[in-house]
Design a protein. Structure first.
Length: 476
């Protein structure tokens, strides 16, 4: 079949594309920025269409000649206008897809009674698609898999907090679904044809049981106490503090499980008898196995940024704060700039803050900035650069420094220089492996300051690489 996939840069879409290709389908992906899929292993096997679901730009061309399409875009954000944006996207898609034989939409389970704003919006999108097109709406609960937001929330809360005081609604039942099962339903749905609303998910259990089951898999002892005081908004901010999930994503996740959301799998069993949902425990085991092998295909954070914005990720305990910039200079110049940081040259911006951090490190017994560097432009693995140690260097391409300052965890700072049309793509990554709750509090407590410093540092590197100041020759 000729299939259009929207949301191909997202968590589900990025995993669905290769599975469709394995089934022999011809796939076209709709993206706002083609740079977002550069490097995907399946890129050469798909057609790429550029467009915007909200404005409708490019949709007619993207849908031309398609036998079916996936609608996998929705706003997981706490922005006030998310519902209107989702509504506009669904209506624009329906208008452009007139005559399309089938659209498959992955929505969310709708609780009895009052649904959260995000679940209500996802249900409304499903209604718009079903009213205008032959459709299958798969409704799923929390998706459990390596790199999924729901799994990361369970994982980090359980790993970092041996004792938890939680909202009373963590005792509400929910129906999680393994990511492999969700993908299997998506592939089977498009091959079967329009089927209306189908609820998918495994055996229902409470969010508390999900955390305790995760603890059991990991061999951890955890104590969870429910309290009626902690409201969803406050709980979401606590999740944003303790886990890598930002508040704007934690809010809809928490609101989504604050009411019972249990799937009725009757139709799913009738329509897709070949799919047997994995037990939750097995889904957790598989997710951990995939992460241990560093084979995570996609991550929740992949859909939250773009080529020119900040992207926060956290995998295997490592928090990554990534910043990228286009630099109008060759990769050699960019590499020469970031590989000459520290020592007498300093750090190009916020010099007083670097000095103060070095002083604080020295007072607490760390190396501070006093070590400087051996050579003003040359670096070798194992050398010291101020309170960093050179961990990896690939001339012309990559530099990674490991912090030897006193911090509650392990920290790295890495730069990469990638050739790009008209210059270079500079990728700057701050990496932190927190040690317990103190490490998490350290990172997020100082993040507003770090974010400004890291942003200005990347900007300064780009500026110096494009317009290098006069440098004196180094004498041997």
């Amino acid at each position: 079949m000729r299939v259009l996939v929207t949301g191909a840069t997202g968590y589900i879409g990025g995993r669905l594309v290769p599975r469709l290709l394995e089934r022999g389908h011809r796939v076209r992906v709709l993206v706002r920025d083609p740079r977002r899929i550069v490097g995907r292993p399946w890129l050469a096997q798909v057609e790429t269409a550029t467009g915007d679901l909200v404005t409708g730009e490019g949709l007619n061309e993207a849908l031309a000649g398609m036998d079916a399409a996936y609608f996998l875009v929705h706003s997981m954000t706490s922005a006030s206008d998310f519902a209107e944006r989702d509504r506009q996207a669904a209506r624009a898609f329906v208008a452009a897809a007139a005559g399309l034989p089938h659209v498959v939409y992955l929505g969310g389970l709708v609780p009895e009674g009052r649904a959260s704003r995000h679940l209500a919006s996802r249900a409304e999108v499903g209604e718009i698609l079903r009213a205008g097109l032959p459709a299958t709406e798969l409704r799923a609960g929390p998706v459990i898999g390596s790199g999924s937001a729901s799994f990361e929330m369970v994982r980090y809360l359980t790993e970092r907090l041996p004792v938890m005081v939680t909202p009373h609604w963590i005792s509400n039942p929910v129906s999680p679904v393994a990511v492999d099962d969700a993908l299997a339903y998506l592939v089977a749905a498009i091959e079967r044809g329009p089927s209306g609303i189908v609820e998918i998910g495994g055996t229902a259990l409470t969010f508390k049981q999900m955390m305790l089951e995760y603890a059991s898999v990991r061999g951890l002892r955890r104590h969870i106490f429910a309290t009626p005081v902690l409201a969803p908004g406050l709980a979401a901010r606590w999740v944003g503090l303790v886990t890598p999930i930002p508040n704007r994503l934690a809010v809809p996740l928490i609101e989504g499980v604050s009411h019972p959301i249990v799937a009725d799998p009757t139709r799913a069993r009738e329509l897709f008898p070949g799919i047997t949902p994995l037990p939750y425990r097995r889904a957790v085991e598989l997710a951990l196995e995939v992460e241990a092998r560093s084979e995570v295909e996609t991550r929740w954070s992949g859909a939250l940024g773009s080529a020119a914005t900040v992207e926060l990720t956290d995998q295997e305990g490592l928090i990554r704060e990534i910043r990228t910039r286009h630099v109008e200079a060759p990769p050699a110049s960019v590499f020469a700039t970031f590989s000459s940081l520290g020592g007498d040259r300093g750090w190009l911006s916020w010099g007083w803050a670097w000095w103060l951090r070095g002083l604080a490190d020295r007072i607490t017994g760390g190396p501070g900035l006093r070590r400087g560097r051996r050579h003003p432009t040359e670096l070798l693995p194992g050398e010291a650069v101020d309170f960093w140690r050179v961990e990896a260097v690939e001339p012309g391409r990559l530099l990674r420094l490991r912090a030897e300052m006193r911090v509650p965890g392990e920290a790295w700072l890495q730069w990469e220089a990638h050739p790009e049309t008209g210059g270079t793509r500079l990728v700057q990554t701050a990496i932190f492996a927190p040690r317990g709750l103190a490490g998490a509090l350290y990172w997020w407590g100082l993040y507003p300051v770090h974010a400004r410093i890291f942003s200005d540092l990347a900007r300064a590197i780009a500026r110096w690489a494009a317009h290098p100041p006069a440098r004196s020759k180094v004498k041997g």
